[in-house]
Design a protein around this ligand. Sequence first.
Ligand code: WTA
Length: 698
Amino acid sequence: MIPDKAPREDVYLVHDLKKESHVPSFEKYKELYLKSVENPTEFWGDVAKGYFWKSKHTGPFLDYNFDVTKGKVYVKFMDGATTNICYNLLDRNIHEKKLGDKVAFFWEGNEPGDELKITYRELLQRVCKLANVLKSLGVKKGDRISIYMPMIVELVVAMLACARIGAVHSIVFAGFSAESLSERILDSQCSLLITADGFYRGDKLISLKVIADDALEKCKEKNFSIQKCIMLKHLSKECSAPSPALGSQSPPAKRTCPNLQQERKETVKKARPLPQIPWNPEVDLCWHTLVEDASDECDPEWCESEDPLFILYTSGSTGKPKGVLHTISGYMLYTACTFKYVFDYQPQDVYWCTADIGWITGHSYITYGPLANGATSVLFEGLPTYPDVSRMWEIVDKYRVTKFYTAPTAIRMLMKFGDEPVRRFTRKSLKVLGTVGEPINPEAWLWYYNVVGEKRCPVVDTFWQTETGGHVLTPLPAATPLKPGSATFPFFGVVPAILNESGEELEGPNEGYLVFKQPWPGVMRTVYGNQERFETTYFKKFPGYYVTGDGCRRDKDGYLWITGRIDDMLNVSGHLLSTAEVESALVEHEAVAEAAVVSHPHPVKGESLYCFVTLKDGCEYGAALEAELKKKVREKIGAIATPDYMQNAPALPKTRSGKIMRRVLRKIARNERDLGDVSTLADSTVIEQLFQNRCCTV
Ligand code: WTA
């Protein structure tokens, strides 16, 4: 477990924060940790006192079963208590904490100079307006709403409007394809879609509405029709300006339409093509027209603790994404508490998380955690490399960012350009640096610490998952001596263990499966509409434990090191993908008979996709086909899944029972001849052939 004393050698200690820190020493961390796991009711009960409850919980404070052999797996925190998360994030901060005039978000657009800011009070008004619109469209508590939007303030408005009326949001990352969006709409049976006309990522125009329409068509093919689609004009701002419409009718025009988009300050005007906006008057509605006349007051819907808050899809090893379901109170307490301690949040902070809200990091640490604490955040639409590789540090100086949270892949990419683009800006406001999403290699960690943070700022390497709702293994900035590449120790309430293949807990220095022994408030409650899949995926392998799917090593000092996924998943630039998902996209191509996808190390992305494809008889392999196959994957899943390497595989190595030996393919991809035991191979001649055909760019 956690050592009594933290090691003093081979570690990085940062003292600057101690004066103001919530947890100023390792001893204090340990004391709070022990309380949190020995008496979770008291610990989380104290956290809950900071929030508004319309009525008290009726059942036990915490009730759960993690053991599949004893019946249904469930977790309930504060069951029966009533509250509203939007009320806690906004109204409570405005009225009780007097933060109405505090900036909630500094929005920084893709184009430097395109910006706006919004206070807590203004945010509440926007949320109420949209909440009233949703109600007038017939949306009720428990209804699912799909949101497919760029990184703009209205995305937060849309999420919180759902939360205010008890509707369940299902946000789909705006980089996902029409196919992926339709799959998610269908699975959660959403009644309404909220989207935007389009956005720019760097120089690239993404026509969201076109993709959204394509997704709705695909839903129709499966006999499912969404009732309404609300579209925000983000690029074509003036509501009165005629849009370049594809359909017969343009979106309804209004003379004046004061909206957030019109408050944007754009010092740099670029003449750029606008997105096409297909318009179906039976389904489509204009955001601005709808909110214009809506009241900016809306009573919150009082919901129960265990009512669903949102669904967020994450890759599953079977290839079909899982709808991870989070519920209201536990998620609120956990994201609020982790945000406060892990970033050592102080009222004067300006916090910036570079993730997209379409992923869990954005849900928990752009919207819910920071707003619950009354924090001021930067919300960034663009890319770290646009218009140049100094953009991040320019933004840090511009808003005097104190706490900065990004992904190892971004750090590795910026590192390639050397120190100069970083040194161009002072970064003197920075106090804490965070990373998330994948293991960070010590070299990138040290560059982040030495160059970006100039040895002043602790690096919090936060390990967690869509399923965990918030950080589960993480240092606390002023308390935990750091080791580059280690996520260190558990957060409050989290009890990790390392198991061997037979499910025995391993003590001391060791390596095995990372599992958790008891719930914390933010853990997922089920897979939406599929409790069986929830239990099979996370609880069947080792009854009594939540199984993360990650490997983990404990060193002699008790530090935990994530070693990566141990299932058929891979992590490309911090995005989790399943190999099965990519394989099924490849075999959809008429020329492909079979495909096997494995992970290949990548200097910037961490991992990348290496695909082996076997063609049908009579089909020819070549550059044109490769391009088609890559396109197919992009269309089916999204650009993040574009394969890096592809090779023709006249045959795949299989066991006598017909199972593809991915372990062997992984070695071939890396050109490692030491294949281990291949005695179960049905035909060993394929191996040599595959080595010879290796993709020469690797
Ligand atoms: C990986 C992202 C090592 C891990 C919040 C996990 C990490 C998966 C870290 C979840 C970290 C995340 N160190 N690996 N600090 N953070 N991972 O659901 O494999 O998108 O299971 O959630 O990312 O990815 P997800």
